[in-house]
Design a protein around this ligand. Structure first.
Ligand code: NAP
Length: 309
């Protein structure tokens, strides 16, 4: 269904995803972006959301009409160029909500109950000398979500049984039973736990700055499962170093996969290596949705998940 030599795979995919891709099509692989582009009659590009697609690469292949990215975030794509040149883009929304929300909830509980530290306490036999320190209960707390989209709404539903009060912010109110705040600063002030679930755009860059962290306050927790760019990392490090917030759980960073090492020496953080969607089931589902988009494109069907920006 997909013509031979018509899809250029840009960058590496994990083994399980590559196997799924190869089961359904035979893309020409362009793994090293510094190497010359292989020859072919490419009409589409397949890429992961953690691989940045250089505009210069697409400029060299004027026949490209679709970029299918594997991931819900598409901040890796040069969208203005794609739009200006009538090149479609697709992403993989929805199929990763479960994995991302499960991680987000796990990060929140691990941070607040200090689960990694308490495991070390047992392993180091410190427990035999004194009981572990007291932590804090989630029930009764106020939870804010910046970005009440697919992941934000799924997260809110999963939070309800934890007996918390839920509020959110975003460009406009949604039809959801939670309190809406117009600004993230107001939301932070009204939150004990602040989740970030918005996209990385020019408008969300450093959305969480020193003022927002100050509003969150010394008993407030920040959980970032969105993108590193949404947080001013310098301000966050400063707030963590001076206990101006209680803690932060971060799955995403400015400089991945080499985040600022100043985070490593802090004892009020929980750090994970951008693993929101990193389960086998989810990665297979994401790959299949990306390939479904390619198939729809080549059979002139509507794309199942076109990016409309
Ligand atoms: P989505 O359905 O598009 O939801 C994003 C929400 O953010 C929308 O409701 C949007 O509002 C809102 N938003 C836009 N600008 C905002 C702002 N300035 N302040 C607050 N909210 C704002 O996307 P999704 O599927 O939920 O995914 C959200 C993001 O999560 C992705 O873009 C991606 O970067 C990140 N993510 C991370 C991982 C990970 O591995 N950690 C995995 C998956 C996704 P409108 O509806 O009004 O536009």
């Amino acid at each position: 269904m997909i013509p031979v030599n018509s899809v250029l795979q840009v960058g590496h995919f994990p083994e399980i995803m590559q196997a799924e891709i190869d089961r359904r099509l035979s893309p020409v692989r362009h793994l090293n972006l510094d190497a010359p582009i292989p020859s072919g009659n490419f009409e589409a590009i397949l890429i992961r959301s953690n691989t940045k697609l250089p505009q210069s690469l697409i400029q060299q292949i004027p026949s490209i009409r679709l970029v299918a990215t594997c991931g819900v975030g598409y901040d890796n794509l040069p969208l203005p160029y794609l739009k200006a040149n009538n090149i479609k883009a697709s992403n993989t929304p929805g199929v990763l909500n479960d994995a991302v929300c499960e991680l987000a909830i796990g990060m929140m509980l691990s941070l607040m109950r200090r689960i990694p530290e308490s495991q070390e306490y047992v392993k180091s036999s410190a427990w035999s000398k004194a009981p572990f320190k007291l932590t804090t209960t989630l029930a009764g707390k106020r939870v804010g979500i910046a970005g009440m989209g697919r992941i934000g709404q799924d997260l809110a539903q999963r939070l309800e049984p934890f007996k918390v009060k839920i509020a959110y912010t975003g460009p406009s109110p949604k039809k959801v039973p939670y309190t809406y705040y117009q600004s993230i600063q107001e939301l932070a002030k009204a939150s004990d736990v602040l989740f970030l679930a918005c996209p990385a755009t020019s408008k969300t860059e450093k959305l969480v700055n020193a003022k927002v962290l100050d509003a969150l306050g010394p008993s407030g927790y920040l959980i970032n499962i969105a993108r590193g760019s949404v947080v001013d990392e310098v301000a966050l490090l400063d707030a963590l170093q001076h206990n101006q917030i209680a803690g932060a759980a971060l799955d995403v960073f400015d400089n991945e996969p080499n985040p600022n090492s100043a985070f490593f020496s802090l004892n009020n953080v929980l750090l994970t290596p951008h693993i929101g969607s990193a389960t086998s089931e989810t990665r297979i589902a994401m790959t299949n949705l990306a390939v479904d988009n390619l198939e729809a494109f080549f059979t002139q069907q509507p794309l199942p998940s076109e990016v409309n920006n």
